[in-house]
Each structure stands twice: as C-alpha cells, then as structure tokens.
Design a protein around this ligand. Sequence first.
Ligand code: IVH
Length: 780
Amino acid sequence: MTPTPAERAAALRHRIDDANRRYHELDAPDITDAEYDALVRELEALEAEHPQLAGPDSPTRRVGAVPAGRFPPVVHAVPMLSLGNAFEDSEVGDFVRRIRERLDRDELVFSAEPKLDGLAISLRYEHGVFVQGATRGDGATGEDVTANLRTIAVIPPKLAGSGWPDVLEVRGEVYMARADFERWNEHARLHGGKVLANPRNGAAGSLRQLDPKVSAQRPLSFYAYGVGMVEGGALPATHSATLAKLRDWGFPVSDLAAVVHGSDGLLDYYRRIGEARDGLPFDIDGVVYKLDDHAGQREMGFVSRAPRWALAHKFPAQEQTTVVESIEVNVGRTGAVTPWALMQPVQVGGVTVSRATLHNADHVARLDVRNGDTVVVRRAGDVIPEVVQVVADRRPPGAQPWAMPMACPVCGAEVVREEGAAVWRCSGELSCPAQLVQTVFHFASRRAMDIDGLGERYIESLAEFGQLRSVADLYRLTLDDLLEMKRRADERDGTTPETVKAGKVATRWAENLVEAIDRSRDTTLARFLYALGIEHVGESTAKALAQWFGDLEVVRRLPWPLFKRVPDIGGEVARAIGHFLDQPGNQQVIDQLLERGVRIGDTRAPNPKLGQDLDLATLLVDLEIPKVTAIRAAQLASAFADAQALLDAPVHNLVTAGLPGESANALVAWLEDEAHASLLLRSAQAQAALRARLPARSERVAGPLEGKTVVLTGTLSTMARDEAKERLEALGAKAAGSVSKKTSFVVAGEAAGSKLAKAEELGVEVWDEARLLAFLEQQR
Ligand code: IVH
C-alpha cells in the first residue's frame, strides 16, 4: 500500500533525524550525502505541497543536530546557517533571477568559492587573540572545541596585521587534505589503527576527540570563508574584500575563490572548478555562490535555515552506494595478491565505477564485506575507487564472510601470508604470468644473471607478443625473435623507423643481447639463487645458501626447516624459500633453465660445519612445533631412534620419555596434521641425504683463504670489484668493508684512498692487481 503523504513525511523525518545524529554526533554516517540530500528534497517537496505537514521541528527547518554534550556548549552570537542546494543549471538561473527581481538590479556580482567537504567551525578573536572555537552544532549552539582547534597549525593564535575589530568571529571549514587522509589510512591499515571512511569523517572525528593530544596526531587544515559576529570595528563592504582582509590577518583563504558576474559567470566557474576537482589536494562537494555586497545580502535576508543570497551548487557525489557482485583478487607484478570488489555499475563523482579496491585481506575483514552486500564506494581525485563501508542492514540473508583464496588465480601456486604482514603473496615467482615482467627484470639484473641490454620495456613487449612466458624462454630467444619483437613494438607504438641506419642499430642491439644472454649461462650458485627472485632472498642470503649447501641440486630439494641451519636465516625466510621450492611450476622453470644451458660453475660439497646440527633434536626445534622447546627436543631425540619412531609412538611413550603432558599433547596434535607428519619425515630424510654428501674428514680441504679477512679497495682494471670479491670468497676468504688489525690483506686497485692508507699505517699486507691475478691464476 502506498503511504499517505503524512506517513511518508513522518518516515522521511525519522530517517533524516537518524542520519543527522549519525553524521553530526557519531561521526558514523550510514548513508551517502547524495542519498541524504535526496531525502531532504523529497521532504521539502512534500511540505511545500502540504504545508500542514511542516511542523516547527521538521529537519527541513533545522541545521545539523543538537550537540552531543561531551563538550561545553557555545551559543553562537550570530547563528551558523546552512546553504540551499542546487544540482541543476536551471536552479542556478532561478537563484540569480530571484535576487535580480528582489533587488531590482540588472548586473549582479558574486563571490564564488569551492565548497570544502569538512566541518564548519567558528573562531572567536577578542582584541586579535583567539579565545574560543566552536563547531556548528544545531546552528544556534555548538560545542567548544577550542583546545583541539589550537592544535591546527594554520589557525592563527593571534591575528596578523592591524585594523581588526575588537570582537571578530571567523567562520570556515576544517578539513583533512587527501594526501594526509591517504597516508593516515595506509598507516592504519598496516598497523591496525582506525581506518577513516573519508577525509570528512577524519576531520569531524578528530575535532571531536576529547583528548587534544589525540586530535593533534591527525593532520587537519583550515580555510576561512566568512565571518560571524563583528563588534568594535567594521569590515569592507563586500564579501570578496572581506576574504582579502582575512587573508591579511593571517587566515588561509582558498586561492580558488573568484569574483564573477551573472549566472553565466557562476556556471563558468562551476565548470572550471569541476574540471579541476580531481586534481585538487582536498575533497570538495560543490561550489558556493555568494552575492558579493553586504548591503544586498542584508536586503535579501534568510528563509528558514539558509540565506537567500547564497547557494551551494553541488557536484556529482564522490560517494555512492551499490551492490557487491563478487570479491576477486588481483596478482600484482611483485606477486602481492590484493582483493577488489566487482560491483553493480554506479556513477561516482561523474564517472561510472564497477570495480573498487578493498586494499588487503585485513581491510576486507575489518569492513566484513561479503558478496551481495550494499557498500559505500568512494572515488576522489586520482585515487582508485575504494569500498569504505558496508551498509549493515542491507545484507542479504546467508551472505558468507570472505576468505583469501588458497591458490593464485593466475598460476595456481600457493598464496601465502607472512606472519604479521598485511600482504598475501603468490609463491609462483618463476611461473606466475602476473609476475613475469618483474621476475625477468630481476633475473637479468647486473647482480643476478647480468644480462646487459634487456630493459623493462623490451621485457614487456616480449611478454606481450608471447615470446617470453618464463625466464627460461630467455635462453631460447633468437636474433630473429628479438628483431621481430622490435618491429612489432614499433608498429604498435606507431614509431616504425624505416631508415637503414635504424635497422642497423636494431640489429646490433639484438646481436649484443643474444651474446649477453649466452654469456650469462655461465654463472655461480649464489647469483643463480639470487636471480630466482625468491621473496626475502637478497644477495647476501643467496651467498649464504651457496656457501652452506654448495649445490643447486641440494638446495632445490630441501624442505624449509633445513634452511634454518644457515646462520642468519630465520623461520620467515626459510618458509619463503620452502614455499617457493614447493611450487611445481617454479621447479619446472629451474629444470628448463638447466636444460637450456645454464651452468653453475662453483658446485661443491656442503659446508662441513653443517654436520654438527643434522640431528633429530635440531630438526624438532627448527620445525617450530608449539611447546616443543630445545630442552623438550633434546629429551625426545634421546628417547627415540629417529623421526619415524617418534611418529609411531603413542602419547604415553612421549610422557615416559620425560615430556610434560602439555608438550606431549601439543606434539601429538601437531603430528596429527598429515602435512606436518610428512614434513617431519621429509626433513629427516633430507638431513640424512645432506649428511651423506658431507666430505669425509680426510677429504676436507679448507679453501686456501679459509680464516682470512680481506678488504678490497680502489678500481681494478681487469674485473669488477664484486667479481674479485666473489672469487676470493669462493676460496674461503671473508670480505670486510673496513681495514683493522685483523685484516689479513688489502687488495688495492687504482685510486685506492683511505683504506690503503689505513692498511699501510697498521702494517697490513697490501696486494696490487697483478699479485691478485697471479694468485687467482695459481688456484685454478
Ligand atoms: S558559507 C551563511 N562557504 O557548507 C553561509 N560554506 O551547507 C554559510 N562550506 O557546513 C556557509 N565551503 O561549512 C560557505 N566556501 C564556503 C563553504 C561552506 C564549505 C560548508 C559549510 C557548511 C555547509 C553549508
């Protein structure tokens, strides 16, 4: 049944009152500004048609909400009013016509200003000193937020210049700049702080913090746009001149404010600011037109809650509600897996939006966004549209909480999350097409496989034309492939160079690249491991892996707990390496690299020092089993012959072995997970295999530079310093960055400086390049 006008008006009033309370008191609106405006307009229309429905307490007659009472009340000496809204050009025409008719003037001059989307405040200055600041409240009475306003740097505590009235109330907008808002939220999302739905809520929420210290942490700004009470002095005759005075007295006034003529001037201004809107550093929801001369303003007067001499001309809303059709994930170039929402298309800020970012899994969990939910989407500036809120009471029945998929939607590899980090990652580094460009770029970089001449744009084109599906394809590229890529890329970009010279340059580039790729086939284990681009495996970790395990065939078969045997590798890095190696796609690419001729020249036996720790007790600790400490692990290791025996043991045997009930239960619970049991067995087998590879005592040949510390300085003419360093390290030396008494010798190239001087001062042996070359030659 359709409601009667009285019923509809009552429902609208109730809804608007509730929205007002949420917006003004709770700083937690549940509908967008556009929806709110539509409700008010509907009520206004109803009341215009049925004047008997418009009681004195109708929200159409009130401004905002009664203050919530946490702060002392401030009665505004001059009420803080609201503005009438216009959405259509015709309404602006009506506005101008009404003034022209009432004032009987042909030419009208207006001050036009951006309408900042923040919070209205009034600042009271007595004899040039800031004494009190208040929110708008219900227009007649606001809240005393002086202490919080004092924390805003751009609000002058004392007026500058001279000639100010004895009492001056300055009105303006407190707002949060977009960049500050983004920065605040990024920090909050990563560190679990309060994520703000939009800059306006941020500004309102922080001004209404009871503790000014908390308020001071949130970056707020202020623009002055008018005055309230003025006593003991006079202001200029026009609004624009008043703004100029306010600027002289030290207030920020928007540079975008302008004086314009007639309704054409207003609409021009509207269009100009509308075009600039996305690029502004703050949110605006429209522009404000004000009749410029104060005499005219007085003559026009007020109607209910708004002046007849001013008008807010609104822009399309930057927030809208729509329905989430599904939640998908995107895999970025770096492997970060991020959720986003696919939604019913909706106009936001004048643009159709059908997808919005959900930032990360924590953000989804915090908002609790589910398929079918009605959500508020925000699009402001160049920032990607984002889901900022769920409208809780519009959730369809049976909607299920969202969970991150276990497998990468692009390559199927496992999606994992580091402990404590907000980001989830695809572990298919080598095999995930989404990560291809980044992977190849890193693989080819100087400190990895060192393939010169393969820039990111070329990689992108090779990937685009299907010539490169993994790093292994690099070793199948021919001269013709490269030339074809260049030709197609030029064609695509419309830059086809026809000259003979350009052709020659391209051919030379391709020849050089093919040669560089070929040269890169001969490499070291450390470089190769680094080149794979495993999460957390930088150069030094790659070197450590190479030094300790010595052989790619060993490294690539190890389960993750064994990586913890390398000093400086902890659980997080070990797990990252393990996840990488567990992905069949990654292993396949490693196979292809070897098949296509990549040769690791420095394969050797594992470091003998590993032998000390390849036992069950160490393994049980490395597995990070809850409640199994080093002491418990040692007890278990002495009670059970091996991992299999431990697996077969009933609980009471564990207790007999000396384990407290709590540890025994935790261990049994852990082992009940089949994945854990098989990891234990696999790890024990890997330990055995490693032990078998350790050189027998008699065979152990320490490198000739074992135990020696060397420092390299200056420029060598025959090789890069890094290469010299690697070769010395391969012979057992430790490279250090500075010279001390403990330095065994210093290798000094051309233009060696302070390190050479220091060596001479300390009497440390110095090798020149010739001596280094001779030594390296001997060791071949
Ligand atoms: S003038 C009597 N100028 O818009 C005129 N208001 O609905 C009072 N606002 O919350 C307002 N920018 O805080 C005016 N340049 C501007 C403004 C502006 C933003 C806000 C104001 C109030 C709302 C009016």
